[in-house]
Design a protein around this ligand. Sequence first.
Ligand code: PLP
Length: 405
Amino acid sequence: MRREDFPILNEKVHGRALVYLDNAATSQKPQVVLDAITEAYSHWNANVHRGVHHLSQVATQKHEEARVKVARLIHAHSSEEIIFTKGTTDSLNMLARSFGDAMVKEGDEIIVSQLEHHSNIVPWQMLCERKGAVLKVIPLQEDLSLDIEVFKELLSEKTRLVSVAHVSNVLGIVNPVEEIIRLAHEKDIAVCVDGAQSVPHLVVDVQQLDCDFLVMSAHKMYGPTGLGVLYGKKEWLDKLPPAEGGGEMIEHVRFEKTTYNVLPYKFEAGTPNYVGSYAFGKAIDYLQEIGLEQIAEHEYALAEYIEEALSKIEQVHVYAAGRKKAGAVSFNVYRADGALIHPFDVGVLLDRQGVAVRTGHHCAEPLIDYLGVPGTVRASVGLYNTKEDIDTFVAALKKAIMMLE
Ligand code: PLP
């Protein structure tokens, strides 16, 4: 699928053709996105929102058009609900600060799950420390799915917010966020969906999900790094205070009292990444041109193909085996005597053969601790990966296992 649009895929690594299977960490960029960045700095770079001059108006228009594209991509009700941030981590920190300041008091509870990325744990822990609140954790069942029965018991009048990953960045499995949202809403509890690994791989509709907040990163979906989104329902964003102060986010500043700008600018202090948003808009156009459903199907099929191939290698254990995976497959390799081969060693030997995978805790240490291993090897696909890539990876893995056994 359109490999030729991604110049970096022609690179050689250690003299081998690159097989890039680290898309869950970041995706590569198509030429249209690279061109957009050059175009912006070459033709219309100017600070947005506050200039009467031509370039500033062009830059503002392009930045705001990108916001509309994001709103359409995730089916937000309006582009006022799209706040540009630096990325998923920044979005979650901003939400923890803003929501936490306004809504959380001593003794209140925030719920996350055992399989969250650190970005969806630490900001909530910091909030709990600031406020004397308590972090509760949805445990996992044997098949690594979230224990919804325990989740139901965790929901109480003390719960202020539930924040869960839509797709696990380690296991690739899709969590039942619709059910989580429905159960939380029955008790008037807000839900934030960490969409960092879902928006790149699935068709996400925030109105259908009915989530109160959703966070995502542009760099994981063929866009530039340093840009992300915090989606929030308008009724929430109207109610919540800004998390950061500075230019852009104000209406009037007086030493006696400052009043704040309208949505979404209230949450966007300082000069925004308008070059990034423009390039992200081009990435969204590109994805929609191919078709999000087609991309999702292609990636599901590739993940299945990986799992099938790995399940034939005796020494390999695949996590959450048999469950449908949105792009990422995690596994470990064991010697005949049952000893684990360190994922780092597997990763290094794959790299020497031109295959890029990620090894380690994947910023999800509580999950890795639960699995009782030092880390995993994770192969994660993007729209440009092919079955040939997977065949190369599997052949390289078999060679690595022979060397490490
Ligand atoms: N949440 C999940 C599920 C992720 O996979 C990631 C990145 O891997 C993040 C949050 C953090 O994203 P970023 O580093 O772009 O802020």
